[in-house]
Each structure stands twice: as C-alpha cells, then as structure tokens.
Design a protein around this ligand. Sequence first.
Ligand SMILES: *[C@@H]1O[C@H](CO)[C@@H](O)[C@H](O)[C@H]1NC(C)=O
Ligand SMILES: *[C@@H]1O[C@H](CO)[C@@H](O)[C@H](O)[C@H]1NC(C)=O
Length: 284
Amino acid sequence: MEPNEEVNPRPAPFSFLHVLFASLIILLSGELLYHNFPQLRLLLWGEPTASETSLKANATRPHIVFILLDDLGWNDVSFHGYDEMRTVNIDRLAAEGVILNSFYAQYVCSPSRAALMTGKYPIRHELHHGVIQVRHRLGLDPSVKILPQLLRELGYDTHAVGKWHLGHFQTRYLPTNRGFDTFFGFYGPGIEHHNHTTGDTFDALDLWDNDRPARNYQGQHITKVLTEVAVKHISNHDPTKPMFLYFSHANLFQDVVGQSPPVDQEYYDRFPNIKHEGRRKHAG
Ligand SMILES: *[C@@H]1O[C@H](CO)[C@@H](O)[C@H](O)[C@H]1NC(C)=O
Ligand SMILES: *[C@@H]1O[C@H](CO)[C@@H](O)[C@H](O)[C@H]1NC(C)=O
C-alpha cells in the first residue's frame, strides 16, 4: 500500500477474546523487508536454486530484530489514527519502514508462532487447534527445521527473548534446542507480570534464563525485565556478526493470573484522559 493511501478503518479487535497479533520487523541495517525476500524465501522454504546458492555464499546478512506483540489491536497505534495515546516509537518505525495493512496472522498465540517459525500453515504441524497450555504434552514438531536453525546455518547469532509458547514438555522442544543460542523468557501462554508465575492450574514460576529458573527478578514488571535483556543483546553484540533477535513481549497479552492487563502505577498515571478503566490500564 502506498503511504498516501487511506487506511481502511476496521472494527477494533478487542470485541474478540483472543485476537490480534501484530508484528514488526526491523531490519537494523536499514534494508527493507522486500529487498531481502529472496533470502527469506531461501531461509524458510528450503532447497536453494543455483542463483540462491550464490546469494547464500555472499549476500549481505542484515541484523534482524523481530518484535512480536500479542493482542496489539489495529487501533492501538497512533499511526492508525488512535489519539488517546501516542505510540511515538512504533509510529517512527512505521514511517521509516513498510506497513503491511493487509497482513493476516493466525488467531491465537501458538499457531501464529508455528507459522512464523516454519513458514507453513500450522495445520501442517497439528498446531492449528489452539493454544499450548502449560500442562499440555504438545509442541512444534522437533524434526521440522525452523527459522533460527536456518539463520544459524547462515552464520547468525540467534537469541530469543520473551514468550516461547511452542512446547516445553520435553527438553527437545525448548528454544535452546530449536536453534537459539540463548533464551530468556517464559514457555507458556503468559505469566503473572510481577511474580512471573503461570496461573495455569498450578502456581509455578515460568521465567527462564537459558532453561534455568530465573528467580532474581521477583517483583519487577516483566516488560522491563525482557526489554533490558533485549537491549543488552543489542549493545553487547559484535556488529560484524549478523544477529537474529526474536523478541516476543509478554504485553499486551493479559496477565494470566489477574485477567486484566496489569500496569505499574507510573504508567497508569500517564493516561488520566482515558475514561475507560480497562483501556487506561491497557494503554499503561
Ligand atoms: C556471489 O558469489 C558468486 C559465486 O561465487 C559470484 O559470481 C558473485 O559475483 C558474488 N556476488 C557478490 C555480490 O559478491
Ligand atoms: C503471584 O501473584 C498472584 C496475584 O497476581 C497470586 O495470585 C499468586 O499466588 C502469586 N504467586 C506467587 C508464587 O507468589
């Protein structure tokens, strides 16, 4: 879509319980997504042609920071016209990047992620039914090669920060066994935002630092914790090596325990203009 074309207003997706997931791809090198399409095709869909083989051998490999936000609605960003809060940084990325206004995703967390990681419809991996709960013996088929594994083969350092949600009932399903050099985050659908417990039939910690329990962050809001880890990856990274950082926030997904988006007071206080209580917490 051309930048000047009018954006079709759509109904806010919050009338559904689990709905929208939106993603932003920021290619830090400044290259745009479509310039890299042959490379992505190579990464996701297998056997390279002869010309792609030469691409593999010597193409520029941009750093990739993929930020995934569950449940960010169409009308939750000010570049779509929402005016009760300004999403300044997201708007800037949009202005300097490519906006995919006809972008479709799967309707809930695990199928979305399976599609992203494999480049295939989730029905191919039997993950189309819904969400992997903490107690489920279910996950993305470990025999399927996924995005971070393919990027690693191209020389990328690979880091995952935040929500995994592609299975954790055996260690071979864990992100560190699926192509990520490091993982910091949670395995299940969501966690209580301050004590980082699952809230799913049992009250257990679900925050992991390379697959060891991360107990030192008690009381800190999960958004801050994850952001600090992601920023550290970027600042400490050797820029001569390409990096893939998959950053999947806990927000805006509801707090699984509190059943509403929990928010630190300082952020809640920034939006006295928003009358609707849930909306105000959401903005915070
Ligand atoms: C890439 O590699 C191929 C084959 O090795 C070579 O012909 C081509 O010139 C290279 N391209 C660049 C941009 O270096
Ligand atoms: C975590 O916080 C929730 C309230 O938000 C509470 O119900 C739960 O018991 C707490 N769990 C632990 C282990 O502190």
